[in-house]
Write a protein that binds this ligand. Sequence first.
Ligand code: F6R
Length: 361
Amino acid sequence: GKGGYDHYMLKEIYEQPTALRQTIRGRIDTLNDDVILDSFPPGSFDEVTSVQFVACGTSYHAAVYAAGLLNESGVPAQAYLANEYGVSEPPIPENALVVGVSQSGETADTLEALRYADAVGARTLVVTNVVGSTAARECTDAMYIRAGPEIGVAATKTFTSQVASLALLGERLIRDVTGTPSRFSAELLDSLSRLPSDVQQTLDDSTADELAELFDGSDAYFFIGRGLGYPVALEGALKFKEISYEHAEGFAAGELKHGPLALVTPDTPVFAVFTGQHTEKMLNNVKEVQSRGAPVIAVVGDESEEVHRVADEVLTFPEAPAYASGIMANVQLQLVAYHAARRLGRPIDKPRNLAKSVTVE
Ligand code: F6R
């Protein structure tokens, strides 16, 4: 059942601390700054030289997030929309690892991309929530995110657990491919182990409900971010549009001036995702939209004084390194989408035209 919540989506949003605990359980050795993945002991990816991610929708956003982390640490990585990968069939470099990201493990587009990779001889791995799913059976390897069943059509806790799982897998890859832990390694593992309680605090302190009320009836809702904040902006917009049916768009903050700025008015609130990276550039983008009259809601760590001063409104989370900050910013945006949709009386757990598992191409 819904355990006292009005919707599965809200229940699943609030389950994130628990889901995260399950995701990371036994996988972080904080004493030795190490990651322990039973299926992938050290050396599992020694021959890998690059990574291609294939995924759709929310899972694609998790893949963009993971590719960003790997690239920062010297492992060449690229995220592809599985439906585009499947039709363009790009060359796969020798010794590339092709990683599917799929909550259900049944998404037809993602399966097609993985089958193509397999057919040309690439090693495939799926990061999924469902043990025994088609992707888990067909790929060379599988990593389970252990988020527990997700009923709401909108993916929430599984996004969070995917991003955390991909961080752990990323650490193993970075160590095997480059021969050393990433320079963010200790910080990343430490912040992941604190994440369940940090996400709990984010949920407890959230003012997303009042914010949704404040901006009810706007013309459109925009989401901007840079670096790891970019996939969070994309995901914030996807969640918002799919359950509220309002126009919502996510942009790379640096792209605003190349077109989207034409859409910005006093009736288009802009959610700006701050992860602690690229803060000055993000603040310039904030000023860019504010000068067109748009109210800016900064989604930001609670100690970022300058951002708090510049923003019209804030949604905050405990101060943390960028990787964990993006996850918490996303939790805030999930709540904004939920409360906006609830105010509009939408059928939140079963939005029109959408299915939980998309098994057609
Ligand atoms: C959005 C959503 C979809 C899925 C997408 C991929 O909330 O749920 O965008 O993320 O259909 O599904 P999986 O992860 O099962 O491959």
